[in-house]
Design a binder for this molecule. Structure first.
Ligand code: NOJ
Ligand code: CA
Length: 709
């Protein structure tokens, strides 16, 4: 009897206010309830719980919290189904298909209203808080968002520590219960940056349950709000949102009507579904620009790796002293290690023109680096004044003659107001000198006021920079900015971000060999990364005698990354002279597409391997890429994605039998076969290795004498 009463007590609220919703294919089911006035949701996959009942709410500053005391005013269900075409992307067509539950809540005692909007897609759930226009809630300050994600057990997780300023960590794979004990060992990119707690982690967070369900938690459309981290209750495996504070501890300045970003939870038995999911993009608004003809994918090289490796400098001279005004160059002696000089840039332009790259990035072209290192940060870069050895107009004309463009570089040094003050002039300078893309950067502590990189103030700045760039028809690739949340659907001139540990860390001590098997499940969920692959020389001491780092990869895997690390912006990051030693392998980087009609995941297991096949937009070419962790493995794929009845020639760039990322990374083999949609491949992947394949329709001559696979 007692059991029966308990049962009814538990089930009663569901009976009264329970709202159920299923995804279009019925595989995901969610329930919304008010448990004693507290908004609560729950999510299941094929009838099995993925997220246990989890509560929703917000804490406000000097006001009654929005946590409980709610009643339901109204609910509404609807279905949405549209197909749209991104300006660039992994698919030429994206279907946006979901069932929606809209819940209007009233906090009776305070007469304030909060709406919840849930969208259930076949691969996941998105929901957000909406604050409608009303009398009793106009301006308010959020001190914490309390959105729970209650996990059903001690899942395997792929995580990096919660940090308000950087995501440039190596991933850690562990049980949820091990996070706090491993937190201290997380490799910090910078000694001054430390995790904010022992159990806080960043999103996108990837997990796998013991019975093989893949779960991913992230956010979509982060606009005018702080970036969300997740704090774990280790005993109960319940995550709760933890927003990035501002310099005085507040987490969000709001004015109704306003919405929060979407909180997303993907769930599937198939790891590939997490990779091909489009819910992050679909939860963003449609493109805000009428004319997008000026936005194009970019394959580029750059005067860059030599500074990263320590071979040369960004700065023209070394200035040891602390100063409060711009350096007078006439009084300085050049350090002799300045890379961005006219002659070298011309050589890069020649190389780009000869091999089909559309742009050349040049870092360290402008004055300010000495001032930065001299610590007078608010007087630093004006983004207009070149060093004496960099001829802006001469290079503009030289590049134009060769059909190449230079890519601008704006390192802000974290002096964000300084950047905003100069932004119009800097973008106009770009237009005047034929630049249409900028790599921006936010290295160091943010000034003024000591804001954090992932707080609301900076989130607003990054988008301001993108929208303002659009006024000048400029594309943006921001490093050290907040990680993306699908905003490129609305603002497709945001063609790249870093916001994770990129290839540069291979020159700063190395990254784990499994890093690129995890990034597609985490960082890339929100949008493309400027990962800067293509390193052919692993031994960093060959570039700079003091640099003892080793690039943890085989050459074949470097090629694969152009396919597995999706981005409309791809760099061939190594020095031209290193490519010149391996022109046969370099051919893949020249050939590989950067904008896709279709993308398929052929094999995937986070932390172990990822194999993609992608069909290039506007051609019949396919490219396959496989990235492997530190284990030797065999990849087995079928070419059934090819058009039936057609013959193709495939070029395979694979690891040799004795290849190894540590001691034999340059051992690759290039083989050609004829293939059709019946062909199958079983291919060895070395530790830290992988392979890349280009597949092109066979013309009779090229295919002659080739063996059929
Ligand atoms: C860090 C960026 O990630 C890197 O690519 C850039 O070269 C330096 N900052 C200097 O701006
Ligand atoms: Ca960086």
């Amino acid at each position: 009897m007692k059991k029966l009463i308990l049962y009814f007590l538990f089930i009663l609220p569901y009976l009264i206010v329970g709202q159920e919703l299923a995804s279009p294919n019925g595989k995901l089911q969610m329930t919304f309830t008010l448990e004693a006035g507290v908004p609560t949701y729950q999510l299941s996959l094929d009838g099995k719980e993925v997220v246990k009942p989890s509560t929703l709410g917000l804490e406000l500053k000097e006001m009654e919290n929005l946590l409980d005391g709610f009643s339901i005013v109204d609910t509404e269900k609807s279905t949405y189904d549209e197909t749209w075409n991104p300006v660039w992307g992994e698919q030429a067509e994206i279907r946006n298909h979901y069932n929606e539950l809209f819940v209007q809540l009233k906090q009776d005692a305070t007469e304030r209203y909060v709406n919840l909007r849930f969208r259930l897609f076949d691969e996941g759930l998105g929901f957000r808080y909406e604050f409608p226009e009303q009398e009793n809630l106009i301006y308010f300050v959020i001190t914490e968002e309390r959105t729970q994600f209650a996990m059903t057990g001690d899942h395997k997780a792929f995580w990096i520590p919660g940090d308000y300023d950087t995501q440039e960590y190596d991933y850690i794979t562990s049980k949820l219960s091990e996070i706090s004990s491993l937190m201290a060992g997380a490799i910090t990119p910078n000694a001054s940056q430390t995790p904010f707690s022992k159990t806080g982690v960043q999103t996108a967070l990837m997990m796998k349950t013991d019975d093989g369900t893949y779960i991913n938690i992230h956010e979509a459309a982060l606009v005018e709000y702080s970036c969300m981290h997740l704090e774990l209750d280790e005993e109960n495996f319940v995550f709760e949102s933890h927003l990035t504070p501002d310099a005085v501890g507040n987490k969000g300045y709001m004015q109704a009507p306003r919405n929060t970003p979407w909180r997303t939870i993907m769930a599937s038995k198939n790891a590939g579904d997490i990779l091909t999911s489009t819910i992050t993009l679909n939860l963003n608004e449609p493109c805000a620009y009428e004319d997008t003809s000026w936005i194009t994918p970019v394959k580029y090289i750059g005067v860059w790796w030599e500074m990263i490796t320590g071979k040369s400098n960004w700065s023209y001279a070394d200035v040891p002293s602390v100063k409060l005004e711009h350096t007078d160059f006439n009084s300085l002696t050049p350090n002799g290690k300045h890379a961005a000089n006219t002659e070298k840039v011309q050589r890069y332009i020649d190389f780009a023109a000869a091999h089909g790259f559309s742009q050349v990035l040049v870092e360290g072209w402008n004055v300010g680096w000495e001032d930065w290192f001299g610590k007078s940060k608010d007087y630093v870069f004006d983004f207009l004044t070149p060093y004496p050895d960099f001829d802006v107009e001469g290079l503009r004309d030289y590049a134009a003659e060769k059909g190449v463009r230079l890519m601008m570089h704006h390192e802000t040094s974290g002096a964000v107001r300084n950047y905003e003050r100069h932004m119009d002039a800097a973008y106009q300078f770009m237009v005047d000198n034929n630049y249409n893309s900028v790599k921006s950067g936010y290295v160091g502590d943010i000034i003024p006021r000591g804001e954090y990189h992932y707080g609301q103030w900076l989130v607003n700045h990054y988008l301001y920079a993108v929208k303002k760039a659009a006024e000048y028809k400029i594309m943006v690739n921001a490093h050290e900015a907040v990680r993306p949340t699908g905003l490129s659907r609305t603002y497709p001139n945001l063609i790249g971000n870093e916001s994770a540990r990129g290839t540069e860390y291979e020159a700063f001590g190395g990254s784990n060999p499994d890093h690129t098997t995890i990034l597609p499940f985490t960082r890339l969920i929100g949008g493309p990364m400027d990962y800067t692959p293509g390193i052919f020389e692993q031994d960093m001491s060959k570039l700079s005698s003091n640099n003892k780092s080793w690039v943890n990869t085989t050459i074949a895997r470097q090629l694969a990354l152009y396919v597995t690390m999706y981005s409309p912006l791809q760099m061939a990051a190594d020095l031209p002279k290193h490519y010149e030693k391996h022109m046969d392998a370099f051919q893949f980087i020249k050939d590989v597409g950067i904008d896709w009609e279709k993308s398929l995941v052929l094999e995937a297991e986070p932390g172990d391997f990822v194999t993609y096949a992608r069909k290039e937009k506007g051609t019949s070419n396919w490219f396959v890429g496989r990235t492997n962790d530190e284990q030797p493995r065999t990849s087995n794929i079928s070419f059934d994605f090819l058009d039936a009845g057609k013959e193709y020639v495939m070029t395979l760039y694979g690891d040799a039998k004795d290849a190894h990322y540590k001691n034999n990374p340059k051992a690759y083999q290039i083989k050609k076969f004829r293939v059709n949609n019946k062909s199958k491949l079983s291919q060895y992947c070395a530790p830290g290795g992988g392979y890349a394949i280009s597949i092109m329709e066979a013309d009779k001559k090229g295919a002659k004498g080739l063996k059929r696979l």
